[in-house]
Design a protein around this ligand. Sequence first.
Ligand SMILES: [Zn+2]
Length: 328
Amino acid sequence: MKITVRNICSWLIASLLIIFGVVRRARMKAMRGDYILSLYFHKPTKEEFEKSVRWLKHKGFTFLSPADVLDIIRENLELPKGAIIITVDDGWQSNESSIVEIANKYCVPVTIFVSTEPVEEGAYWWSYLNVAEGTPLVVPSKATLKRMHNNDRLSIINDIKKYRSIEREALTIEQVKQAACSPYVTIGGHTHSHPILINCEDEDVVEELKISKRKLETWMHKEVDFFAYPNGDYGQREMVVLRNLGYKLAFSSKPQYLTKESLKDYFELPRFGYLEGASFAENICRMVGIWQPLVQKLQGTYKLDTKIKVTPSSAPPIKVPKTLPQFN
Ligand SMILES: [Zn+2]
């Protein structure tokens, strides 16, 4: 755990939740088989990830791949009790030792959602913000950039790139290929350049989703069926494009249980976030799905999402909005 005031306060609250049986009750509830605990990591240390996998295994959870989830949706597989799916976003280079090695060691399925441009070029766009100091540029915060129109964000990042370069931080193509060879690892799509999709023009959304799928499939000689939205941002347009490109499932960052009901929304499957650097007690609360809803309730921001429905692939095609470019 990184020693910060935030982490110490959270550790105290999480410890109380464990001591007073709230975590145990959440775990027992998960064991009833009504839902899947759907988790996402980014770049945990090997120790963090191994400790989490060991804890989940020890508590009797059943690890699923996204292909298993698809089988459950298609009723080819029964929803197991204590089901959990582990996903990892971005494709950080450290994932090779912290995620892939542990998945192989403990024989647990994991899914890594990889952005292809950082794999080709080495770094993620937001990392350039950390090295902009000392350049003549005035650079807005990451949060501000995430709200900007995509072209404006790109122009700022490209300006920084003229002054600065960054050492590789994403997996290499060779490492992606190696990871994909593991029987426990599924590689999924996470766009090409990791833009905030809702800030992009229609044609850029199509290109981002199409290019990344094509590149991953070329590298791995495998189909890419699963996707996670960068920053968890999406709308009806993104779901339509994903479906038209042949993706089968997409994961959001809505912190909710993946119930039989929410499994019907193929392109907005919820996930709980693991927080790297936080205490293990907090992350236990996160993994059993009680932390984020509790924090949202305390902040008064907890509200049910307005449902955006996408029909399954077997249903008649969705009417594509007029403004959206057509493609095959
Ligand atoms: Zn991401």
